[in-house]
Write a protein that binds this ligand. Sequence first.
Ligand SMILES: *Cc1c(COP(=O)(O)O)cnc(C)c1O
Length: 345
Amino acid sequence: MKELSELVRRNIWELKPYSSARDEYKGVKAEVFLDANENPYNKPINRYPDPLQEELKAVIAPLKGVAADRIFLGNGSDEAIDIVFRVFCHPGVDNVVAIDPTYGMYEVCADINDVEYRKVKFDSNFQFCADDLLSACDENTKVIFLCSPNNPSGNNLQREEIEKTLREFQGIVVVDEAYSDFSKKRPFRLDLDQYPNMVVLNTFSKAWGCAAIRLGMAFASQEIIALFNKVKYPYNVNKLTQEKAMETLSDLTKIHQRINMIVDARQSLMEAFAILPVCLKVYPTDANFFLAKVNDADKIYDYLVRNGIIVRNRNRVSLCGGCLRITIGTVEENTKLLSAMRKYR
Ligand SMILES: *Cc1c(COP(=O)(O)O)cnc(C)c1O
């Protein structure tokens, strides 16, 4: 890995961050707060929230096996993705490299930040070769984006290829593990010590069932997390979100039961879907969704919409021609999908 000071945009490296009222006082036990121009009435939401979400990070740290000072929390993983561009990529000059097809937000964020986005196509099994990615890089490539399990294909990427990318690429490697809780494979976030250039993304939106509260996580070295904290909006995670997250994490049994229910339902839904006459192929998955190749994706998609069932049409996505992406629902929802599909002519 290059020196961090070489990878980070100069203006960000030299940035003197905004110092909020809540940043400046710390430690002393106080009870009169006349520092932030807040309204003393309208409790409990009249006060600014903790800018660094320390209470919440203290709960997340042991759950994820990552020290609290290596955790960034943001308004969805989307904020973490955007902050990667804002910290590392000089607009109009730098570029990033990503596997293809993958999660659409990496490219949208690249476009918003005026950063060239280079795609390297998977093989037909949705796997990549580290050498292909590395040869798409040049001296202005700051970040490589990997997603494992990948969206929309659902599969884990080969560990050896991810490791090789992390070892040989001189810039930052983002490993988006939004779906890793549905997989039995060892997540990369546990190997942060080995890879100072790795940024792992996780989210409250999938396995933890909290898409509505918008809470994403990034795990990286203390130095990288400190840069993210410097660039983020001072109060990027609101108090209601922090509280709801704490409440959700207070019942881990329920979280794990639900993950198990989804993984069990995944198996039976995929088996039933695979034997439908219109189904040509069901791709292996390690996530809470699967990709299915059908004989007429557009027609089946429209048919399902008319029946009040929405799946994701991936027909026009590279390597996904003829494919629908189907999220695992409750047993009842999955049954509705299957019975509609059985009536399809
Ligand atoms: C759903 C998803 C996310 C989650 O994004 P949030 O902004 O945290 O809701 C992140 N990465 C991938 C690949 C996803 O599919």
